[in-house]
Design a protein around this ligand. Structure first.
Ligand SMILES: [Zn+2]
Length: 415
């Protein structure tokens, strides 16, 4: 089993998809978020209170389902002496399984990031937003907007801008007052500008060094010309931060609204940075596809063959891939076959039908997510596995045109 970050993220994403489809007949699905420092006995006593209140529910079926779910939660909690490091989430309730039936289902999840607040939530669907938020981008960008009078420093996380510092200068205007020598005036003005740039540099460095450096992808600077260029060329930022400056943009405002103006201008620059690695892999694959060396392969069967031969350098999997590899067997005559099916969460179980050899009913012996199957195979062969998102043209192409499965090869196999 591959335990890369990308793989964990993929699994987490899939699990949320499955939970998202689950519905209760009424307001009877319970979501329980328990942070690490919350005492379990406190949670239990709160649940017992909810149990008491549930007796007021008018609909008999809903009442029974809610109290049933709370009882089930209480018995689960007995097995958890203390919430794990990131806390624990328990989903429980009578899930509608069609054909006028419900099924009491429980899911226990250790989230990839800490749960911030305790939540007891009862609704016709499970509460997933706190977990969905964990899927969002952790990548952070530093933003600086400045002119000679004012500067604002902020952080961009995902699509969210946090203003962090605001500075104003005492740099005099270009017009000198009477009685002052022009030369002296210009000198003082330059010194004041330089001092202001230093203050901006220090404040920005402090803010950006406060971010986990592995999450700080880059810094963008906005402002009028030539101010922003002067600031960039003068290297007023901490040398580690200075290295991370990606680009400069013309921006008219230098207060908080300037940060938003800068963000609007980033557009493509930002998009490129986030998907740049995935894009490079896809470009390499597409280049190999048309070249004489032919170090490219795509399609499930072809790539699996190459993987088994050990000829795959990099396995490219679309993170939209939703397929299952089944091993189907006849218990009567021993006939066995493998089959890949597309399965969406909430769909009915696949029916394998009858044996081609003897006509008896076939059974599903094994059912594996194709991503697990292929990435395990890749692991055994020392192949690098890369997940490709659908958010850019080539990524979408991998999913739509190549079935979501492709490979860059170590040597040409013709498969
Ligand atoms: Zn058979």
């Amino acid at each position: 089993m591959v335990e890369s970050e990308a793989h964990k993220k993929y699994e987490f994403k899939r699990m949320l998809e499955a939970l998202r489809d689950k519905r209760g007949r009424g307001t009877e699905l319970i979501s329980l978020y328990i942070p690490h420092d919350k005492q379990i006995h406190e949670v239990s006593s709160q649940l017992r209170e909810e149990f008491g209140q549930a007796s007021n529910i008018k609909s008999r079926v809903t009442r029974q389902n809610v109290t049933g779910a709370i009882e089930s939660l209480l018995s689960r909690l007995k097995l958890i002496p203390k919430a794990p490091e990131n806390g624990v989430v328990i989903f429980c309730g009578a899930v509608d399984i069609g054909a006028n039936k419900t099924d009491m289902q429980t899911f226990i999840i250790e989230p990839p990031e800490p749960i911030v607040s305790y939540k007891y939530h009862c609704d016709s669907s499970f509460l997933l937003t706190p977990l969905e938020d964990m899927l969002h981008e952790k990548k952070t960008y530093g933003l600086i907007v400045l002119d000679r009078r004012e500067a604002t420093i902020g952080l961009l996380r995902g699509k969210h801008i946090e203003p962090m510092a605001h500075l104003t200068s005492t740099v005099p205007g270009k017009q000198r007052k009477g009685g002052q020598s022009s030369h002296r005036f210009q000198q003082l003005r330059l010194i004041a500008i330089n001092e202001f740039y230093s203050r901006i540099g220090e404040a920005a460095s402090e803010v950006f060094l406060g971010v986990d450096q592995k999450d700080l992808v880059g810094v963008f600077i906005g402002g009028p010309s030539p101010t922003k260029e002067e600031f960039q060329n003068g290297e007023f930022l901490h040398h580690e931060i200075q290295k991370k400056v990606i680009d400069l943009f013309d921006v008219a405002y230098t207060d908080e609204s300037g940060l938003y103006e800068l963000f609007d201008k980033l557009g493509d620059a930002l998009q490129d940075v986030e998907v740049v690695k995935e894009k490079k892999y896809m470009e390499r694959f597409l280049k190999e596809l048309v070249s004489d060396t032919g170090l490219a392969s795509y399609g499930e069967e072809q790539v699996r063959k190459n993987l088994e031969m050990g000829s795959v350098d990099t396995l490219l999997l679309s993170d939209e891939l939703r397929k299952i590899r089944l091993t189907i067997k006849c218990n009567n005559c021993g006939f066995e076959e493998k089959k890949t099916i597309t399965k969406k969460a909430g769909e009915e179980e696949y029916q394998p039908g009858n044996c081609k050899q003897c006509g008896s009913g076939l059974v599903i012996q094994e059912s594996v997510d194709i991503v697990d199957e292929l990435s395990t195979l890749a692991d055994q062969m020392g192949t690098n596995t890369v997940f490709i998102s659908n958010d850019f043209e080539e990524g979408n192409q991998l999913f739509a045109a190549f079935g979501g499965i492709a490979a860059i090869l170590r040597f040409k196999t013709g498969i």
